[in-house]
Design a protein around this ligand. Sequence first.
Ligand SMILES: [Zn+2]
Length: 455
Amino acid sequence: MSTRHHLQPISAVILLLVLAISPSPSHSSTHNHEQVNLESNPISRFQNYLRINTAHPTPDYAAAVNYLTAFAATIPTLQTRTLYLTTPDKPLLLITWPGSNPSLPAVLFNSHLDSVPAEPSKWLHDPFAAHLSDDGKIYARGAQDDKCTGMQYLEAIKELKSNLDYTPLRTLHISYVPDEEVGGLDGMAKFVESKEFKELNIGFVLDEGQASVNDEFRVFYADRSPWKLVIKSAGVPGHGSRMYDNSAMENLMKSVEVIMKFRENSFDLVKAGQAANSEVISVNPVYMKAGIPSPSGFVMNMQPSEVEAGFDIRLPPTAEPEFMMRRIAEEWAPAWRNMTYQITEQGSLRDYLGRPLLTATNESNPWWSVFKQAITAAGGKLAKPEILSSTTDARFMRQMGIPTLGFSPMKNTPILLHDHNELLESSVYLEGIKVYEHIIRLLSSFDGASVSEGR
Ligand SMILES: [Zn+2]
């Protein structure tokens, strides 16, 4: 029972409409509060959202919130609130669709307002013009990550409410948070700690996922946690011509050898197909600081007394944090080799009850079953659930023990997040709205009793 049979013609009609409009790259922006431009079709509305530059280091959050608020105002019964949990330049927009039984745990759909920067000279089209090519591709920073989902949530609700007069049983919330791309500390991290969040009584969250290059949708049940490790060694300085034991450099190089061997073992598992990239502990050297500077570079006949190196480590939620700590202390930076270390960032691997930071993707989690049914109802196929290699805001909800899946309905799409020429096919975008209609319908009408058990 596929909905795609009637979907394709609709997409084609909208695409023709859009092509007839032929937007120019110099399209007026929506930055001005008096000029929120809500055109009458989903593609134009998506383009207008993409044209609001929310790239770091100077994201225009106010314009984005203003635009989304104006769009939400066109949909009956939606309530909007802007929260300022840190500074006035970092708003968090919360849109609520009240359910008929507000005592049931609510469902949250999250997306972030910000994006990573773009280098316009490396792009085929201006990354903030949201250019629509003749073959239906929308080029824009944020097209995949993750302004698509942010707008699709609202478009799906618009369709369900305005055209089908659907009323949810459970209350539905959409959050638009700042600063995901810079760690989320002034965004989702603050939100989940707030009394406003607790009052929402969230039972299940959908957050961003990633594009799939084939016909199956990808879904993520965990993120890897980042640890940032700095190791230092000290030693007696000496003439460059002398060989002696325990120089700072020798001790650091021994550690680097041990760490690179560990990296090789992890990578071998991936290369042999025994584990996905995101299922192993990865470690990569990211900087080394050593040597005594001279006007022409470095002093060449002196062995330095202090050296330092930095490593980016990513751990899947199945890793044992205590074991990793011991490995670092005893093998990677042992005091007996005159080494010290600092873990400057240590992402959690456990939730507040000490359970691995992951969401179950089996029958023990009733939300998972409902989500899966919705994808089937939308005529879609799900790939095997994955751990995300990197990190998203989903970790903050999982930390609170709330089941959270990462999902962005983009199939047959190259993975271009954070890349030059980030793009999304307009037909894929429109199909995603249909997928969310099914998801919202099933999740919001789900009346399971023991939903607090699922995680
Ligand atoms: Zn993202």
